[in-house]
Design a protein around this ligand. Structure first.
Ligand code: SF4
Length: 371
């Protein structure tokens, strides 16, 4: 373990990223992060925006703001979509996670996040006692597919499809039904000590399996393993996202997309585009689909907008996050597409529910369903 955040997480973050500068931004005429923040768009309330959270963070650090349940509720209203960071060039998401960690340290944890943490500790996923993944792939190997818990929970049939496509490419195994969760929710909700304890167990499982490279289907798992694990642990595994793996397979002629005569757009998952910079690969795959007319949504690539599914926000703010998803589906309706392709279980879950709610025939496809 490289760092212990239990005593002074917040102070460490403030030192590392220069929180004073971040919070000075609004006084210097900043604020681009406010208008684009999906929560601010819905509520028009400053504490629910990124800038509001920066001000809360400073207030808490200086002792002029006292922790409370109300404060916790506002701080939980963030999907960690990174739009504010993209607009302001400050490490806003790191500050928000540090702020959540400080609230946890002070005894303020959202009960839903606490419940999810207990599920992860006891059952290896935040959803259910009996969650199991079933894939038609060989067990074990140096390159393993990491299915993640959200596909298994929300989209088991899409997981089947991913397994089938990977088996066509070959050379990829998987952990088996007891694959652990990456623990992203622990980190995103500020439960840092729990994340460190759990992450050590995950690393033990990787070691036991003799794995050298993992291919993740979920952008959250990808981000957690590739960017967060190395901050906390000695982590040397190669991490690749399924989208890049599939694009590489198409490029090498090992995989050919099926035909689809339709207007199609790609919804860039925030963590895939803004955090992992995987932007061209899904477009390369779609462009190789015979018959497709590809269009871009109003917000795309680095400027993508959130589906509402990340950062542990939907379990605290289900109605608000559903409205955030509806905003994204409205863009797909505006673009007059028949299929909205994406590459993230939470995006697919949030957007599918929104499409149903909005009574649009637009179908949400996983990138693997193009094969
Ligand atoms: S990360 Fe996204 S949801 Fe969170 S404050 Fe920034 S813009 Fe808002």
């Amino acid at each position: 373990m490289k760092a212990c955040f239990s005593k002074s997480t917040f102070q460490i973050f403030t030192r590392v990223i220069g929180l004073g500068a971040a919070i000075a931004a609004p006084e210097k005429g900043g604020g681009q992060c406010v208008e684009g923040c999906p929560f601010f768009k819905e509520l028009r309330l400053e504490p629910y925006s990124s800038r509001g959270k920066m001000i809360i963070a400073r207030g808490l650090a200086e002792g002029v703001v006292k922790p409370s349940r109300e404060l916790l509720n506002a701080v939980a209203a963030c999907t960690t979509c990174g739009y504010c960071m993209y607009k302001c060039a400050l490490q806003n998401v790191d500050v928000i996670i540090a702020l959540r960690a400080e609230l946890v340290r002070l005894g303020y944890t959202d009960p839903e996040h606490e419940r999810a943490a207990k599920m992860i500790a006891n059952f290896g996923n935040p959803y259910s006692k009996s969650l199991r993944r079933f894939l038609r792939l060989p067990r074990g190997g140096e390159t393993l597919f990491f299915a993640g818990c959200s596909y298994a929970q929300y989209l088991p049939e899409k997981l089947d499809k991913i397994g089938e496509v990977l088996s066509r490419v070959g050379g990829v195994g998987w952990f088996g039904p007891d694959e652990p969760c990456c623990g992203n929710l622990l980190l995103a909700s500020g439960q840092i000590d729990a994340f460190v304890t759990y992450g050590e167990q995950v690393l033990g499982k990787f070691k036991e399996a003799g794995v050298k490279r993992i291919v993740t289907a979920c952008p959250g798992c990808h981000e957690t393993f590739s960017k967060e694990y190395p901050k906390f642990f000695d982590f040397e595994l190669e991490v690749e996202h399924l989208t890049r793996f599939l694009a590489g397979s198409v490029d090498e002629g090992r995989l050919l997309p099926r035909g689809l005569n339709a207007r199609v757009a790609f919804h860039d998952p925030c963590h895939l585009a803004r955090f992992s910079r995987i932007i061209d690969e899904p477009r390369f795959i779609i462009e190789n689909v015979a018959g497709v007319v590809m269009v871009e949504l109003k917000h795309n690539k680095l400027n993508t907008i959130c589906c509402g599914g990340g950062g542990g926000a939907p379990i605290v703010h289900p109605r608000l996050t559903a409205k955030i998803a509806d905003r994204r589906i409205s863009e797909a309706i505006e673009a007059d597409v028949e299929f909205l392709v994406t590459s993230c279980p939470l995006c697919e879950h949030m957007l599918s529910r929104s499409a149903k709610r909005m009574k649009t025939p637009i179908q949400i496809l996983d990138i693997a369903e193009l094969f």
